[in-house]
Ligand binder design. Sequence first.
Ligand SMILES: [Zn+2]
Length: 182
Amino acid sequence: MTVTPIRLFGDPVLRSPADPVVDFDKELRRLVADLTDTLLDEGGAGLAAPQIGVGLRVFVFDVDDVVGHLVNPVLEFPDEEEQEGQEGCLSIPGVYVDTKRRQNVVARGVDQHGEPVQIVGTGMMARCAQHETDHLDGVLFIDRLDREARKAAMRAIREAEWFGEQPPRVMVSPHPTNGLGL
Ligand SMILES: [Zn+2]
């Protein structure tokens, strides 16, 4: 059980595509446990391995009281329906922006033992799966915004107390009052 410091915007690991998991060993189970402990400690909805500095395709989630994980996720969208809603990121503390996402998603992958898993997600679970799978490709939610919204988000990041600090470590409120920490 280890709560691990979360890497913040500006850390290159957040911009690096993660590698597929090939070894389903004790180390992977430890990674899933560390991610889960860190997510529950932060009170967020999802956390991807690069956010704790590990370049592997793994994320964990805590949505609607369901805690789980997915390894090597692949997303499919069963329809064209979209959702609007506030989105945030544990790696970009304090910045929440309305972000358009698909409403429905089917996330396929495996669990920490290599067994096939399928998550049929709607609403927040769908948003979480998209946000976390983006992390595994080095993509952040601010990349999904239109130009004006992204400029405003970048301004908020530059003005944030935590931005540019060395080392990139900051205490984050475990209970954000609004928005969704992912
Ligand atoms: Zn995030």
